[in-house]
Design a protein around this ligand. Structure first.
Ligand SMILES: [Mg+2]
Length: 260
């Protein structure tokens, strides 16, 4: 059996359910506790920004000693827990910010075109972060699928531009930044190989980390979208029979006892 050295979990819909029904993931915290000396390094790999994850850790009353050693936030930034506080990882976050500033200049016209198309052809809302156009919130899953098809066609002309989708939310990004890239960077820093890495997620934005070449131990809870279930099954992973925390722990139990 290959012990799990690094554990990358999505947050909403994977580690916990969805707001307003989120509960402390006690079964997962118990699993970590039971790992004893084999306790893996835990990383939350989420689309939420760091302040939002901190708010959730506190509101859900996850004990400080159990907080993840690493958080990848906004599907691009990385933070390391040091002395009870999350510090931005350098030079990763600075390079990430620079890449996105450069991208915003390069795709200025594409962004204007997207805003125009969205306004004309959808009921979606354009989203802004620090006054910059950052994404779109569709009014339904069907509309989000239509927006995906539109963007796929447009991106052929802008090779650095990509998008992370979570349910009806889209966030534009540089193609080099996603959950898989963040996980690979943390692997490098903690000295964990893909063979020693477990990754679990439920939606489109998790797909870049749910790849056998990124993490050999793949999983998703039963509530994952069909595309994620297919990716996990295709990568030899475990599609759990339960939702959220229970599904995550089910997969961890299977991988940590496999071959024993
Ligand atoms: Mg999720």
């Amino acid at each position: 059996m290959t012990p799990i050295r690094l554990l990358s979990t999505d947050f909403d819909g994977t580690l916990v359910g969805f707001e307003p029904d989120q509960e402390r993931p006690d079964a997962f915290l118990d699993w970590l506790e039971r790992s004893g000396e084999d306790r893996p390094v835990w990383m939350i790999n989420t689309g939420r920004w760091i302040d939002s994850i901190l708010e959730r850790l506190r509101t859900l009353q996850i004990p400080r000693e159990a907080w993840p050693a690493w958080v990848a936030s906004g599907e691009r930034e990385i933070y390391r827990l040091e002395n009870d506080a999350y510090r931005p990882l350098h030079p990763w976050n600075a390079e990430c910010e620079a890449a996105h500033a450069k991208l915003a200049e390069e795709v200025h016209h594409a962004f204007a075109f997207i805003r125009g198309w969205v306004g004309l052809h959808t009921d979606a809302v354009c989203l802004y972060e620090q006054t910059s156009f950052a994404g779109v919130r569709a009014s339904s899953i069907e509309e989000a699928d239509r927006i995906t098809a539109f963007l796929d066609g447009l991106f052929a002309h802008y090779p650095d531009l990509a998008v992370q989708r979570n349910d009806v939310y889209f966030r534009f990004c540089h193609r080099n930044y996603h959950k898989g890239a963040c996980l690979a960077e943390v692997q490098r820093l903690v000295g964990a190989s893909p063979i020693q890495t477990f990754a679990c997620g439920d939606h489109y934005n998790d797909l870049p980390m749910l790849r056998a070449d990124v993490a050999a131990m793949l999983a998703c809870p039963i509530n994952a979208i069909p595309e994620v279930r297919a990716a996990v099954a295709g990568g030899g992973g475990h599609v759990a029979t339960r939702e959220f925390t229970a599904g995550l722990v089910e997969a961890l139990d299977i991988f940590s006892s496999r071959g024993e």
